[in-house]
Design a protein around this ligand. Sequence first.
Ligand SMILES: Cc1cc2nc3c(=O)[nH]c(=O)nc-3n(C[C@H](O)[C@H](O)[C@H](O)COP(=O)(O)O)c2cc1C
Length: 651
Amino acid sequence: MQRQYPHLSEPITLGRTTFRNRMFSAPMGGTDIANDGCIGPKSTAFYELRAKGGAGAVTVSELMVHPSTDGSHAYHLDESILNSLACATYTADAIRRHGAMPSLELSHSGQFAGTYMTDKSKQHGLAQWGPCDGVRADGVPVRALTHEMIDEIVDSYGHVAGLAKRAGFEMLMVHGGHGWLINQFLSPLFNHRDDEYGGSLENRCRFAIRVLKAIREAVGPFFPIEFRLSGSEFVADGYGLGEGIRIAQQIEPYIDLLHVSAGTYQKTFGITHPSMFEDHGRNVFLAAEIKKHVKVPVATIGGLNDPDQMEEIIASGKADVVYMGRALLADPYLPRKVTENRTNEIVRCLRCFTCMAERAATSTRRCTVNPIIGREMEGDEVIPVAPERRKKVVVAGGGPGGLYAAWTAARRGHSVVLMEKEDELGGVLKSEQALPFKHEMYELTGTYELFCRQAGVDIRLGCEATKESVEAEGADALIVAVGSTPLVPPIPGLDGPNVVVVNDYYLKKDQVGDRVVVMGGGLAGCECAVHLAQEGKQVALVEMRDSLSPDANVRHRPLLLAQIDRLGIDVRLEHRALSVSEEGVTCTTSQGGEVLVKGESIICALGQRSNTEAVAELADAAPFVRVIGDAARVATITQAVYQGYHAALDI
Ligand SMILES: Cc1cc2nc3c(=O)[nH]c(=O)nc-3n(C[C@H](O)[C@H](O)[C@H](O)COP(=O)(O)O)c2cc1C
């Protein structure tokens, strides 16, 4: 067989361990860690899925090496805790049995202890230890680690490494980046010590090297050790790429793989985890440059999800291994699809940050495009029904929720008709084609459509689901995914020729002039405003409430607001639109005055309402009826897909 991606598919040997390919799964935090620090079965299932999906290595995220001076990540490994070693062993087994190498990330968050806690007030009660005394930006005091404490932490790294090896992990990743403790020692921004751990580069590397030596002693000469380094911190007073290279050279003798990431969690979140506003692989240059100066194999990471790009990275020698985080949430089977020449079936990550925001909001994990994520134990395989239980299923509506429902029902063996009243599938996703930074969201329709067609769904375009048409199919089950309609309130002039409803912007882009007022500062309005400003237009954003985009998730929102700020969009909060004319939008302000916000073109982005009439019409069209997505309540694609999946399982 001729592999289309020979470089990505090629095994690599680190130490004396051979990894089946060059696509590794990045550390992503487990969610059901028990109070005693044991990893729970949900997290094990979460990692196992990435192993099933074909990754070369699967990294289990941040094991806290020294709980008495840390408190960020609850996961710990301690033989004095009943079940601790057993749980770690089950996790390593779950990965190893699918042919992937289990790796474990060893970590200490230092002065940022408590970062991941949902209840932020709790972190104030934790010990915040760093290289130096100080006060964090959020006012939390930090105390300098003493020599004795440093010795103890170094010993803990060694001790835990030995246990991890015993548990069956085949590689260890030492977290030396992203602003955590080892990075704090490496960084001139955090480290102002005047002893042998501070000052010169050699001194700043001392802690990291002691840690690596302790681990090596515990695991022996041939066991692969990986070091995660931020190639550049990308902050003033931090280190840049030049110093990143010199740090890499210091560290190199003690490791088998240098993992070059970027930035810090606290200050450059959208670079460390490249947001949708960044290029894919925007940090690859760091790995590529560092690789020129070291002999040890180098890994790269950051917004990678395109097999062509990743193949080129390895083929051209920019890196030896590519890591993916979010891309393997969106599609855990991405590595298998690459090695099996099925890349047209890859579900691409949208970089919407639902994964990270859900952790902050509910301490669980979700992915917009993959309803299994965080719920892997509930079954990542759709079990077909017995032939005598096969049903006739109609799905009304071909948006993301409807498509996912249709695909899932068809995979179960049901006979599925999908009726879409428009001539095109996609529902709300159609409008995303106008925004280059959301092209993956637009392309999602094509991917789900492919899955539906492969599974034998009868897709009928230009076909409205009515009570009659559904009954004529003799449907046993009906999934109502008829979506929502834009809200266009009766504001005088809003029906004028210079107004474009945001959902139609992709069709009417050419009609939009150089000076635009976007009415509505929700997510859709904000993202449209960003795109218009990127196109060089002069944009004002008018919002009735006192803040922008409260509907965006907590990770995406600050990055979106930063774009709005950077692009100089004229934001008018607490402005209520009174009327629209050729001149712009006349608003009342919070002070009670009237102003004209000037613009020749107006975008109406004032929200959506569920298509309740269509829902009501279909209520009795089949014995089993389930309403999902926006049709049930205007929400997110995440909800639509999740509900679509489960509706299909419930038939
Ligand atoms: C949901 C999620 C959880 C993460 N948890 C960790 C973690 O526990 N430790 C860590 O070092 N990095 C963590 N990261 C960062 C990733 O390992 C990776 O560096 C980052 O997401 C960039 O890669 P990507 O663009 O392929 O997602 C996490 C990322 C995500 C998306």
